[in-house]
Write a protein that binds this ligand. Structure first.
Ligand code: TLP
Length: 346
């Protein structure tokens, strides 16, 4: 039985060409700055993002943490969304390791933070207050239905940050999904931020790695922070080589994942007992609710598993499905058939 794994785009396996590239990668010790494959990838990533420099790191979580620790001293504050991955899903790293205080404000359903909420969260100059250092955005927004933030919105936050002498960081784990969905060059979404991370290991299907991008000066400091966290790796060419292929070959095809997500969402909307807001479906992440009282979440999950379908429970009645390179349009049809059967029989 084929397993249709819709839990996340992190489950994607490297392509044949990526595996070959890993085998043949030109290698050196990256802590000495001598791994040619890594240097190639970092140069390409910086160019694509329109930044001066880039740094390969083991994961998106470490990339975000490196940026927070590089920017902020202990007791300083970061403004970010209450539904952001950095706040909810990164094990409180900035507080645990950096003594950095997250100042959360509500994420709107479209993933944005309201400018007036950001403004109100910026601390005044008063010895009683922590010093606000930075604002963080997330694009696409994982918990807000994979919403893509527009360049216009990001620029408005950047202008606000500048006016208050603050920095702007972007958790762009899925920034290419945003660019493809909005039909813009990715640089349009990154030019106004001071730093960003993006992941090679999600929709782009590379096995390991994320990239931090920013100014040369910032990346030089981030290199030291990466070392502190134990993220200085040696023959990183084995992960950089497939990462280069990810950037060269796997970006445009994200559009297929978005089409599959849309088909899946439209099918789910037709199934009695399941509820989905179609207006929110923009990229490869969809959320739906089980609204029938005839079947429990546990039974629903078990029955799907028996049919080879995996999904992620994210709330008391809520599920997340993510389309990716390992999911075909036939898999979408199969998933919808199975969902329909389970709900009919319950
Ligand atoms: N997200 C994972 C899980 O951690 C939830 C997923 O399956 O979606 N930023 C965003 C917006 C992310 O969605 C993720 C991973 C990260 C950062 C962290 O990346 P990794 O997993 O490489 O540490």
């Amino acid at each position: 039985m084929k397993i249709i794994d819709l839990r996340s785009d992190t489950v994607t396996l490297p392509t044949e060409q990526m595996r070959k590239a890993m085998y043949h990668a030109e290698l050196g010790d990256d802590v000495y700055g001598e791994d040619p494959s890594t240097q190639r990838l970092e140069k390409m990533a910086a160019e694509q993002m329109g930044k001066e420099a880039a740094l390969l790191v083991p994961s998106g979580t470490m990339g975000n943490l490196i940026c927070m620790l590089t920017y902020c001293a202990r007791g300083e504050e970061v403004i970010l969304g209450d539904a952001s991955h950095m706040f909810i899903n990164e094990a409180g790293g900035m507080a645990a390791l950096g003594g950095i205080q997250p100042h959360i404000i509500p994420n709107q359903p479209d993933g944005t933070l309201r400018l007036k909420d950001i403004r109100a969260a910026i601390r005044g100059d008063n010895i009683h207050f922590p010093r606000t250092r930075l604002i963080c955005l997330e694009n696409t927004h994982n918990r807000c239905n994979g919403a893509a933030l527009t360049s216009r919105y990001i620029e408005s936050v950047a202008a606000l940050a500048q006016r208050h002498d603050l920095l702007l960081h972007l958790d762009g784990a899925r920034i290419f999904n945003a660019a493809v969905a909005l039909g813009v060059d990715v640089k349009e979404l990154t030019h106004s931020v001071d730093s960003l991370i993006f992941c090679l290991s999600k929709g782009l299907s590379s096995p390991v790695g994320s990239i931090v991008c920013g100014s040369k000066e910032f990346i030089t400091r981030a290199l030291r922070t990466r070392k502190i966290l134990g993220g200085g790796m040696r023959q990183t060419g084995v992960i950089a080589a497939p990462g280069t292929i990810a950037l060269e070959q796997m970006v445009d095809r994200l559009a297929e994942d978005h089409i599959n997500a849309r088909c899946l969402a439209e099918g789910i909307a037709q199934i009695p007992g399941l509820s989905i807001n179609l207006e929110r479906v923009q990229t490869n992440i969809i959320y739906f609710d089980l609204v029938s009282d005839k079947i429990t979440m546990d039974v629903f999950i078990k029955q799907l598993e028996k049919k080879g379908i995996k999904l992620l429970a994210t709330g008391s009645s809520r599920f997340r499905l993510v389309t990716h390179y390992g999911i075909s349009s036939e898999d979408i049809t199969t998933t919808l058939t199975c969902l329909g059967e389970i709900m009919r029989q319950s």
